[in-house]
Unconditional design. Sequence first.
Length: 118
Amino acid sequence: MITYVHVVGIFVTDQTRALDFYTNVLGFEVKANEPMGPDARWIEVAPPGAQTRLSLFAGMPERVGQSGSIVFKCDDIHRTAEELRQRGVTFMQEPVDQPGGIMGVFVDPDDNQFVLRG
């Protein structure tokens, strides 16, 4: 049986820039960073302690900025959103109370949108 989602692909234009954003801005850990052909790498990142990883895919420009609905859970959404803003993260929607909880929407450097949920 399936036990959890292992990897979710995120399409990016520049793997080095994306790796910097996910590790140095969002605070994720590098789980894999291996050569994959002449001009690409297999990169996986994840929040500390998480099972599910994000794979930063390059080479498909038509898919960049079209991530699915990925939701990141946090303990204190307002504090987390403020810390991310201070690190340069852009919020498309500030955290607000909605059916299902307090949620906001932020983007990565390739305009992939992510939900932050308290």
